[in-house]
Design a binder for this molecule. Sequence first.
Ligand code: PEP
Ligand code: MG
Length: 578
Amino acid sequence: MSIVLHGVPIGGGIAIGRAHLVSQSMDEVVHYQLDEAEVAAEQARFGAAIATTRAELERLTASVPDKAPAEMKAFLSLHVMLLSDPMLAEVPCDIIAAQRCNAEWALKQQADALVEQFDAIEETYLRERKHDVLQVVERVFKNLNGHGVELPDGDWDGELILVAHDLSPADMVLFKDSAFAAFVTDVGGATSHTAILGRSLDLPSVIALHNARELIREEEWIVVDGEQGVVVIDPEPLVLDYYRARQASWRAARAELANLRLAPAETLDGTAVELLANIEMPSDIDDVVEASADGVGLFRSEFLFLGRDTLPSEDEQFQAYRKVVSAMQGKPVTIRTMDLGADKNARWMSHGVADNPALGLTGIRLCLAEPLLFRVQLRALMRASVYGKLRILFPMVSGLNELRQALSQLEIAKDELWEEGIAFAENVEVGAMVEVPAAALVVSSFFKLVDFVSIGTNDLIQYTLAVDRSDDSVSHLYDPLHPAVLKLLSLTIRSADKAGVPVSVCGEMAGDLRLTRLLLGMGLRRFSMHPAQVLAVKQIVRNTRLDSVKDLVARMLRTEDPDKIADLLTQLNAAPGD
Ligand code: PEP
Ligand code: MG
């Protein structure tokens, strides 16, 4: 009899194949007593497992491909660090001696104690690092038992789907070049490393399934629906037929999308739309070129500052910005100044964790509180501006005075360069992000000072609805279609249009295919998204007649009833194109 599980979809598409169980759950740990004479040998066995695990992690770190997401190396280093901590490397040895128990049991007790400590941490990002501790512990378990995570040998009938309680970044590296078609895990929050890296693999996958590892047996047939977040165990023939048909159309659609690379992004009525890409690291630029995006709409420069003990120097930053600007060969590259704070804390930041970090010293506030650091970045940006069309974007602006202060820091940076005889472009465009409701309401006041604005819907939704974007327990309230969000979006787009100031959306809404027509109908003509989404959005743009969506969108903006909005959205997406 088939079983259906529901989780959080991470990568789109459908995979149908056989399950391979890759990790051992901590709940399966055996417990036995030792004689006094056996204690030293058991401690040595534990020490050897730690040494093997360290060697394994170091080998994996060295083998991370250059193209892999930059976070991957950072996560592996974090795992090496955790493994070296006496709390993991030494305390279990004391437990073995004190309780005369086996190494697995000692490690499990210490892991449980550490998890309890992490659970008590209020700050989400730090609390989620308990998954990293557990991943390291699982790896030590496997080495205690003499077998690591391995792919099965031989011919497999059907695709291979990894089923794990959790998958660590190290496992991801191991599997990256192997032929597996999907993965599913029991755990994983929206900001967990598994989710971040899973997205970058671009495979159908579902996380947070809770008991998949327990219910799925080795080699069992399963279906992974990465669009709906559904996993079907042992599907009935009819269900299998249904998913095979969906898989075939998904594959055909992907192949067809590749043909759109060079096609213009314009609606059926001939209106041109700019499709830009979001990147986190300079190495992401290859994907932007591959997708034929019209430029970079958002370079989250703060990622240059994360996962390291020291600040990147002016020169290091300059090299990074120059690489991206040069690679885009004259197409615009919008670099956001460091948007640190909230859930993105660099190790060198000394401000501590605030009670309400998302309402604290983040984005432009942090830049203005640290003007010397800010100016190092502004100087590096201006120096890179001579290599192409660089644009500067300020994050989290909430009012005119903040914007004035940011601009005056930019003037100081330019004056310094001028006096030092260092070249920079005269006409660098400067923009402000609209991601706080206050900014949306006073956006017209920004237009005298900026050349463009970009709407950060991820934060705009969070701050408008008072819903923490990384808190699972309120994720059902995080709603891009809330009438208040739609009104703020529409207000910003209309005000910018009226003033003739270019406006884009660079939050996740821009890459959400359900919302493309809605945004087009609101008047949006610039979208910035993950490079992998560019062609799918282009396909919808090319299949939209603006005349036939405008009325429906106007009706959506007039109602405050969420059911009516949902109904109108269905009609909007069903409206015929050509
Ligand atoms: C946003 O808030 O929509 C945005 C693009 O910025 P980030 O997701 O980096 O906060
Ligand atoms: Mg933001």
